[in-house]
Design a protein around this ligand. Structure first.
Ligand code: FAD
Ligand code: MLT
Ligand code: ZN
Length: 509
């Protein structure tokens, strides 16, 4: 039975979920992972090691010692990723404030053959954001200036270190929304989002960042500042170089500034949370939602029973409906409250009459919408709390979308605490998660390369939205042909001849 909560004049929905997981390493709540070089077979490249002379040079570039971190306890958080899956042992973290400082750092590091790891909010899920060995961390944390929000054009211009959630608040004040939204918005940087071409919860509506990002400014490995900023949607002049930096995960340059198109905020937002009997019902409901809701569909997420159990139990949340094998979270965003409600109601009534949706609740009340979103957004954090979580972020054809969860569940049996599937079904993106008490080679070998071989057989993508980072480099070949890998290698060689930018990431070593 659909329950409906209607409040007129619904406010913009602001999700505030962030992550404080790394603080848990420091407080001893989570086990510090093994060093990457010990857990994985990887060999340090022929890079120089940081000397006292280098540290002095960095201090002179950054005007003193406060933005050059060298103390072990202040550096630890920059060496471990959010998942606790990789750990480097960098001895230096640099915090530039502007593009010129980034350029000077890279020029110097390139000359000295010192390897560098660019870092944003360190919420990445593929081990790309932390050093593998002793690479110097260049943190964009202090590059957090918003330069301009133009309510007429919808264009935001800012530095790369701005936190996504902060940008969302600021553009909301001008009647706009960010074109992307993720559970990590409280910590991730817009520069990190662009560098990973992050997807998230709104992609079904606004598309990916290759479309929304109008321009970037980036510094190449040799310290050259590439001004590829643009304030126009239309600019067909020559090769579209900005795209090289979108999604290249800090291997081709450090993004320092960007301009991004922010759509107008919707006056009417609704969230529906539905219970369903089977994956087939989920698939059919998605089709019905696309057909029935059309242009107002702004999110379409799938959650399986175990995923919801994980977020509700761990965070003591209440599901607004009874237990079902599957759930869907559907959000609409439009400009006409009555029109949107009518569309949503008709879609839901039809889906229930046909028996594909068994139960549901709909709301446009901000607190209730936020609480429903929490059920979905906190799944990632809750699974990590089982101890360790193997995460697979894959694109799969909708007809085979959920089968892999069942196959993996059978394969790993009692070695796993939970094998769950959730994700952005609206974009054919499944998050297959295998949580367990701790990382063991035994479970790792059962999962990899199995998951990637399976994905490749159905011509899926081994990384739908999280990127390749360090953890997936050897699996890139399952989604990219040899000619593409060759060209990528040639481009890397041309743009970073000494290979100093985020080595061991993206391309197979
Ligand atoms: P980091 O983790 O610091 O870095 C990520 C990569 O980008 C690294 O390779 C790093 O070297 C590089 N990098 C960072 N900043 C720069 C820069 N300025 N210039 C060049 N390279 C740079 N991802 C999704 O796509 N969709 C989701 O829905 C989603 N939800 C998430 C939910 C949670 C709870 C968590 C923890 C993560 C989620 N992620 C999601 C993954 C992650 O948040 C994204 O990949 C995000 O874009 C990373 O941003 P960041 O600033 O934390 O980057
Ligand atoms: C999500 O959609 O919640 C994120 O991509 C994180 C995850 O994969 O758990
Ligand atoms: Zn996701």
């Amino acid at each position: 039975m659909i329950q409906r909560t209607v409040l007129t004049g619904a406010k913009l929905l602001k999700r505030t979920v962030g992550s404080s997981l790394y603080r848990q390493f420091a407080s001893g709540h989570r086990e510090i992972p093994a060093l990457t070089k010990e857990r994985y077979p990887v060999k340090r490249g022929q890079f120089a090691e940081v000397t006292d002379g280098d540290v002095s040079k960095f201090k002179s570039i950054l005007g003193g010692s406060s933005r050059v971190l060298t103390q072990a306890e202040e550096i630890q958080g920059y060496n471990i990723d959010y998942l606790g899956s990789v750990r480097g042992y960098s001895r230096v973290v640099l915090k530039p404030k502007n593009t010129e400082e980034v350029a000077e750092i890279l020029r110097y590091c390139n000359g000295r053959k010192l390897a560098v790891c660019p870092q944003g909010g360190n919420t990445g899920l593929v081990g790309g954001s932390v050093p593998v060995f002793d690479e110097i961390v260049v943190s964009l944390q202090l590059m957090d200036k918003i330069e301009k929000i133009d309510e007429y054009s919808g264009i935001l211009v800012c530095q790369a270190g701005c936190i996504l959630g902060t940008l969302e608040e600021k553009v909301n004040e001008k009647g706009l929304v960010m074109p992307l939204d993720l559970g990590a918005k409280g910590s991730c940087h817009i520069g990190g989002n662009v560098s990973t071409n992050a997807g998230g919860l709104r992609l079904v509506r606004y598309g990916n960042l290759h479309g929304s990002v109008l321009g970037v400014e980036a510094v190449t490995a040799e310290g050259r500042i590439m001004d590829l900023m643009s304030n126009f949607k239309k600019d067909n002049t020559g090769y579209h170089l900005k795209h090289l930096f979108i999604g290249s995960e800090g291997t081709l340059g450090i993004i320092t500034r960007l301009s991004i198109f922010c759509p107008t905020a919707s006056k009417s937002v609704n969230v529906a949370f539905l219970g369903l009997e089977s994956y087939d019902a989920v698939k059919n409901t998605f089709l019905a939602a696309k057909r029935g809701l059309g242009e107002i569909l702004s999110s379409c997420e799938m959650i399986d029973e175990l995923s919801l159990e994980s977020s509700t139990q761990h965070f003591n949340l209440q599901s607004p409906i009874d237990k079902y094998p599957f759930y869907m979270l559907i959000e609409t965003s439009g400009s006409n409250v009555a029109h949107d409600e009518e569309k949503l109601t008709t879609f839901l009534e039809n889906s229930m009459e046909e028996g594909i949706v068994l139960d549901g609740t709909v709301t446009n009340e901000p607190t209730k919408m936020r609480n429903i979103w929490k059920l979905r957004e906190l799944i990632a954090d809750s699974l990590i709390n089982d101890g360790y979580c193997f995460k697979y972020d894959i694109s799969l054809p909708l007809e085979n979308f959920y089968d892999i969860v069942l196959a993996v569940r059978e394969r790993v049996g009692p070695l796993a605490t939970k094998v769950t599937g959730y994700g952005h079904i609206g974009d054919s993106n499944l998050h297959l998660n295998v949580s367990c008490q701790k990382f063991t080679p035994e479970i790792y070998k059962l999962l990899e390369p199995f998951v990637y071989e399976y994905t490749s057989k159905v011509r899926g993508s081994v990384s739908a939205e999280h990127g390749i980072g360090f953890l997936k480099t050897k699996y890139l070949k399952y989604s990219k042909r040899p000619e593409s890998l060759l060209l990528m290698g040639q481009m890397k060689q041309m743009m970073d001849p000494n290979g100093i930018l985020n080595p061991y990431k993206v391309l197979p070593c």
